[in-house]
Write a protein that binds this ligand. Structure first.
Ligand code: FAD
Ligand code: NAG
Ligand code: NAG
Ligand code: NAG
Ligand code: NAG
Ligand code: NAG
Ligand code: NAG
Ligand code: NAG
Ligand code: NAG
Length: 595
């Protein structure tokens, strides 16, 4: 390291460091990845060679809205003339405009990110073709991988050339972790294969039914395929139809509607096929690379390896009944009445989880939408009896609401009927907290107040929350994996959002981040001191994030990151081992601090 700091002090701000130490720009105390304005950026011939290796699957990354603009500026990286690319196409533009809130359309796109804040809200699908389209925080090139060899080629190229590497599955990540300025992107969306088997003989103490699921398979399509088996089976997945399953979801831990009875998504993984930062194909399970196996189960996305497929336990289908409940302006405009209604509902979190329920809810000022309460292995009468204390308490307090309950013979039919699709392309700064059984029992009032406060923490702001009442420790009390041990004592996990327009300047974005972390986040932490946070749905600036996201598992995760990715081929903010890494220069260059 001595040589490195020597170089740092010698080299000017824009010079590339040569020699074995660093291929890339050195800026003050930072060693940066190599970008298109650096001499180390691959030449056209290098990109062509990569393109040949990946069977022609390399494309220049074009933002989805570019077809509505005459040109994408400052493009063709590697072409030293850095010319603009003509992009306008009226028909394609109409199509993008029509699908701008269609999750499936956006997840199918090579590079789209569903939360434009993380693309710098650049190159939107405008009606004015003369409007400037720049790449913003989208990458430069994308490999539309269809084979694992293509992924390996991308990892090797990024490592050798020291490029920012982004693994992009669905673009769903609302912490912006599947887009990045100046990057080479590997798109895993076409890894759609899923195979099912009634028995398993591999390592892991499980001989029951399993599925092997490709990296690109999405939630609802996985549920649908599981349901088609004879007999039908279920897999623990998320609530959202288009979130990827084997990508960010599992590597962050993965909660979902069946978590109360079958645990977290990551609890059920038996084996991973993956490609390491060194470009090696590995199997990770209880026998082969057990340390990597452990880390990939909740240790953070895009951190230890690129996963190509996962073998996971499947379970018999179960009957499910559920309830949808609303309290909103249809019922009352009295804030006090509404807030009391929310408190009565949330106060019973331990009660729902103690009966094996999962509950999904949305909260904003004057609107509570619980859709749905999920009662696995329950019929209508059972759900109603579990929810009786809620209805009784609402009635006693004269809180108006309406609710209906339905039962289905299977989880799949329940899921299709009672869960709703979400809208992408909203701008918000995200935070959140997991409240434990203990905190709900002891501090329920403060927790409700903190959540209501998050709807408008500061005058002239607006927020909303998405809540999941869930306890993975109810059905699966002990599992040895990387997720925060507090999940086993969870009761309610809530995501808070502070809304943005999207075109705010840098200073306002920083202010909203700061408000999320230090005003909303502070209120949540004080209300739930026994709790934790969730790496897939949390605050990028969470103080003490190592402890908050992983608790006592962090020390081991840090060691494993050093072992499996010692040079930082992978990066996503607030994941193990990224302490010295930072995206500098207004959200652009990824650099490592060297002093
Ligand atoms: C509407 C919505 C609903 C959600 N519901 C749930 C839910 O019910 N339960 C839950 O637990 N979470 C939920 N999430 C959060 C979700 O788990 C994360 O956003 C997750 O990161 C999405 O993973 P992805 O692969 O689909 O997305 P992407 O945005 O494509 O990727 C997310 C991260 O995973 C990395 N990654 C992707 N594929 C791979 C791979 N093959 N190998 C290594 N790294 C990879 C990416 O680099 C990135 O860092 C939800 C998110 C949204 C937007
Ligand atoms: C890669 O090769 C394919 C097939 O020849 C071509 O269509 C594509 O434009 C090439 N990509 C780049 C970035 O040149
Ligand atoms: C570089 O850009 C110029 C101007 O658009 C173009 O004429 C040329 O063909 C490009 N070169 C390569 C290698 O793509
Ligand atoms: C991001 O957006 C801001 C505000 O529009 C702009 O000033 C900045 O140049 C953009 N950054 C990039 C990398 O496009
Ligand atoms: C294997 O599973 C059985 C039944 O679930 C359990 O009793 C046993 O302790 C497990 N063994 C190991 C080594 O995990
Ligand atoms: C309010 O509740 C009613 C049911 O009473 C529901 O139909 C409506 O969609 C809800 N409105 C909002 C904004 O959630
Ligand atoms: C609440 O206010 C809205 C808008 O003024 C109105 O339409 C609605 O009827 C009111 N609700 C009740 C219960 O009075
Ligand atoms: C919250 O629940 C506790 C029991 O756990 C109960 O004593 C208290 O009255 C409840 N508060 C509200 C507002 O429902
Ligand atoms: C979970 O709760 C139990 C009982 O209160 C406690 O003994 C245990 O330490 C808790 N686990 C964690 C990780 O907090």
């Amino acid at each position: 390291m001595g040589r490195v700091s020597f170089l740092v002090s010698l080299l000017s701000a824009t010079t590339c460091a040569l020699g074995a130490e660093w291929i890339g720009e050195v800026k003050g105390d930072y060693q940066c990845k190599c970008y298109s304005d650096n001499a180390c950026w691959p030449k056209t011939a290098d990109w062509s060679a990569l393109n040949a290796t990946v069977d022609g699957k390399l494309q220049v990354a074009i933002p989805p809205g570019a077809v509505c603009h005459k040109a994408l500026e400052n493009s063709a990286p590697g072409n030293q003339t850095n010319a603009a690319i003509a992009t306008y196409n009226q028909a394609a533009c109409s199509q993008v405009q029509a699908n701008w809130v269609n999750e499936q359309y956006l997840t199918d796109h090579p590079i789209a990110n569903l939360w434009p804040l993380y693309t710098n809200n650049t190159c939107l699908p405008t009606d004015n073709p003369d409007a400037l389209c720049t790449r913003g925080f989208y990458g430069e090139y994308v490999i539309l991988a269809t084979k694992k060899e293509h992924i390996k080629a991308g990892v090797d190229f990024a490592r050798e050339k020291n490029l920012r590497l982004i693994i992009r599955n669905t673009g769903h990540d609302f912490m912006g972790r599947s887009t990045g300025y100046g990057s080479l992107i590997i798109n895993t969306h076409s890894f759609k294969e899923a195979t099912f088997s009634k028995t398993y003989s591999g390592p892991g103490n499980w001989s029951g039914s399993v599925a092997t699921v490709g990296a690109g398979v999405q939630g609802r399509e996985l549920y649908r395929q599981a349901f088609k088996q004879e007999p039908p089976v279920v897999i623990v997945g998320g609530e959202c139809p288009t979130v990827g399953w084997a990508g960010g979801y599992i590597q962050g831990g993965g909660h979902g509607p069946l978590t109360s009875i079958y645990g977290m998504g990551a609890d059920n993984v038996l084996s991973f096929e993956a490609i390491t930062a060194a470009g090696e194909y590995v199997t990770a399970n209880a026998e082969k690379n057990p340390d990597l196996f452990w880390a990939l189960k909740g240790g953070g996305p895009s951190t230890f390896a690129v996963v190509t497929s996962i073998t996971v336990k499947t379970f018999p289908e179960v009957p499910v009944a559920g309830t949808i409940l609303n309290i909103n302006a249809t019922h009352t405009n009295d804030t006090k009445v509404f807030n009391e209604g929310f408190h009565i509902f949330h106060n019973l979190s331990n009660h729902y989880t103690d009966h094996g329920m999962f509950v999904y809810f949305e909260l904003s000022t004057g609107r509570l939408h619980i859709a749905p309460f999920v009662g696995p292995r329950m019929d209508e009468a059972k759900v109603k009896s579990v929810l009786k204390p809620l209805f009784d308490a609402l009635d006693a307090a004269k809180i108006p609401y309406d609710a209906y309950t339905r039962a289905f013979p299977t989880f799949f039919e329940f899921y299709i009927d009672m869960f709703e699709d979400e809208q992408p392309n909203q701008n918000s700064v995200v935070g959140g907290r997991l409240f434990t059984q203990k905190d709900i029992a002891e501090r329920s009032e403060q927790i409700s107040e903190a959540l209501l406060f998050a709807n408008q923490p500061v005058p002239d702001t607006a927020g909303f929350s998405v809540g999941h009442i869930v306890n993975p420790g109810y059905g699966v009390p002990v599992v040895d994996n990387a997720i925060h041990p507090k999940w086993r004592n969870a009761s309610s996990f809530v995501i808070t959002n502070l809304l943005m327009v999207g075109d705010e300047g840098w200073a306002t974005k920083q202010l909203r981040n700061e408000q999320q972390t230090n005003i909303v986040g502070k209120a949540l932490r004080e209300a739930g001191p026994d709790g934790a946070t969730y790496v897939n749905e949390g605050d990028l600036y969470e103080p003490n994030w190592q402890e908050s996201y992983w608790g006592s598992n962090y020390a081991r995760l840090l060691e494993l990151r050093k072992k499996w990715d010692p040079t930082g081929v992978f990066y996503t903010q607030t994941t193990p081992g990224t302490e010295n890494w930072e995206v500098i220069d207004f959200g652009t260059k990824l650099c490592k601090k060297v002093t």
